[in-house]
Design a protein around this ligand. Structure first.
Ligand SMILES: [Zn+2]
Length: 155
């Protein structure tokens, strides 16, 4: 079975000014994610961030808040909490601190240069590893909730 190609971009309309904005890459991934709780998005015409509830997808005409509700209807409250920004940033911050604490213990007997290099490095590695695990968990949740690991394929 061949996978359908992932679209590169999608356009949304800001209903307040009727201006269109094309989202790509990370911004597109974030806006296509129905479990995203990002409250504001960019309008190229207003040249600023506006509430997501003022925007609709240009190709389907569906409001982005309706799109999120429709595709995330099967998500449990625990899954919603896991995908929220507070939990993400909180977990990554804890991972960084725990990693640095681990580095502090591991390199307790090392010289100061080794400490300066290795303690932030172990903190960074913890953030990368935990971040990768969280991305994988999020994609698994998305697959269960809306049938796609890659939300840019959703319409
Ligand atoms: Zn606008």
């Amino acid at each position: 079975m061949t996978k359908p190609p992932v679209p590169e971009s999608r356009t949304y309309v800001h209903e307040t000014c009727q201006g269109t904005t094309e989202v790509r890459e990370h911004a597109f991934e974030e806006m296509s994610n129905p479990l995203s709780d990002v409250p504001q998005t960019w309008c190229a015409v207003c040249d600023g961030f506006r509430p997501v509830c003022e925007f609709a997808w240009a190709d389907t005409g569906e409001k982005i808040t309706d799109y999120r509700a429709r595709h995330s209807a099967r998500a449990t409250s625990l899954e919603r909490i896991f995908c929220s920004r507070v939990v993400w940033f909180g977990t990554l911050a804890v991972a960084g601190i725990a990693g640095m604490a681990g580095g502090f213990v591991l390199f307790a007997d090392s010289g100061w240069l080794m400490k300066i290099i290795m303690i932030p490095f172990t903190g960074f590695m913890c953030v990368v590893l935990i971040g990768a695990a969280m991305i994988e968990t999020t994609k698994t949740i998305l697959w269960r909730v809306c049938g796609f690991r890659e939300t840019r394929l959703l319409k």
